[in-house]
Design a protein around this ligand. Structure first.
Ligand SMILES: Cc1cc2nc3c(=O)[nH]c(=O)nc-3n(C[C@H](O)[C@H](O)[C@H](O)COP(=O)(O)OP(=O)(O)OC[C@H]3O[C@@H](n4cnc5c(N)ncnc54)[C@H](O)[C@@H]3O)c2cc1C
Ligand code: FES
Length: 342
């Protein structure tokens, strides 16, 4: 995978707990990406390497810098490091843009609905700017936040609403805000099934849906579409974190495995609940990885013996051969597991 070093040109404070890093594009060979894709940032913090993907909040051909927007996660290593420590002129190592959470060009589509909560706005914001400037589709953004002050890109969304008032609507939900006027576009509470169904009935279909939020939101949207007899083929989602269901771990126990990486055999214990990637990184083995959600394939390993189980994959991965496993989502099922990383 290609990697680059990028210089931080500007840091914008978006809210109390969120910043945008604006990277200068390299002078000679510009980094190409699609609205909705992500950039993987690499840091060395207290001697350990950390790799984290962040969706672009900038839009190709519209924004001159490469922007990623990072919200603090309580106790999170990298999100807090970025918010506290990274400064203008720092040089950061990044991997080439990845991701398939992008608009699918389709002449039959009449509207596009973006559904987001909190920092889930980042890839949606990149795509919304792209479609408003380069397309004529009707666009709706349904955006849930705790309060008015936690809304990321608030002013920029207001500007877009004014500029494209004929075809861009924002529906805002506030789960913990006391002071705001409830009206036909501002609601109290979380994004709920009644609202979703009403909006789906009101908009021009067929439509494409892009969701970046919790699993509950995704399920509500899919259930509402099914109830209204609409297809789920045009529903796309991006997960910032893998959802681990305890039920899936019933047959997983602590096991020792053999991991061959860069020509060396490493014996490591995989404790119940931790993926092979997580445990290898804990042990100081710097395996390649990016998304940690079973999407990008950077962490692929070849199983030489024993059995593994993949847990938490959102989309089926028919592209993997029988002996290929994504180690960020893999757990040993037997005692004799031996894996080679190529
Ligand atoms: C494709 C993709 C795009 C992403 N884009 C963005 C983005 O644009 N902006 C952004 O702020 N983040 C984004 N993320 C999440 C980001 O990559 C990190 O996971 C996040 O910043 C937490 O990293 P950390 O090192 O601070 O936390 P860690 O030290 O890795 O985790 C600390 C604890 O927080 C939990 N945790 C991890 N991630 C999250 C999360 N997102 N929400 C709540 N709890 C979490 C972990 O389970 C753990 O218990 C994206 C993730 C993916 C997979
Ligand atoms: S790190 Fe992306 S699939 Fe495992």
């Amino acid at each position: 995978m290609k990697s680059y070093t990028l210089k931080v040109q500007e840091i914008r404070t978006e809210t109390d707990d969120t910043v945008t890093l604006c990277f200068k594009q390299p002078g000679l060979k510009k980094i190409k990406y699609l609205a909705g894709q992500y950039l993987t940032l690499q840091f060395r913090i207290s001697g350990r390497r950390y790799i984290r993907p962040y969706s672009f909040s900038s839009t190709p051909l519209i924004d001159s810098t490469l922007d990623v927007t990072i919200k603090r996660v309580p106790g999170g290593v990298v999100s807090n490091y970025i918010n506290d420590t990274v400064k203008v002129d720092d040089v950061i190592e990044v991997q080439e843009p990845l991701g398939d959470f992008v608009f699918k060009s389709d002449e039959s589509i009449r509207s596009v609905i973006f559904w987001g909560v909190g920092s889930g706005i980042t890839p949606l914001f990149s795509m919304i700017k792209d479609l408003l400037v380069n397309n004529s589709l009707n666009i709706h953004l349904v955006y849930g936040n705790k309060s008015n002050s936690s809304v990321i890109f608030k002013e920029k969304l207001e500007e877009l609403k004014m500029t494209y008032s004929d075809r861009f609507q924002v529906h805002s939900f506030y789960s913990k805000e006391e002071f705001f006027i409830e009206d036909s576009h501002n609601y109290r509470g979380r994004i709920n099934a009644d609202f979703v169904e009403k909006l789906l009935q009101d908009i021009q279909s067929p439509s494409q849906h892009f969701i970046c939020g919790p699993i509950g939101l995704k399920n509500t949207i899919k259930e509402s579409l099914t109830k209204l007899g609409q297809s789920l083929d045009n529903v796309f989602s991006e997960d910032f974190e893998i959802v681990k269901n305890p039920e899936d771990f019933k047959d997983i126990y602590n096991r020792e495995i053999l991991l061959n990486f860069q020509g060396f055999d490493n014996k490591i214990t995989i404790n119940k609940g931790n993926s092979i990637l997580e445990e290898a990184l804990e042990t100081g083995i710097e395996l390649p990885y990016s998304c940690q959600t079973g999407n990008c394939s950077t962490c692929k390993g070849i199983v030489l013996s024993g059995e593994l189980k993949m847990i938490g994959l959102e989309k089926p991965r028919t592209d993997l051969a029988n002996n290929e496993y994504l180690l960020c989502c893999s757990y040993p099922l037997t005692d004799n597991v031996s894996i080679k990383i190529q």
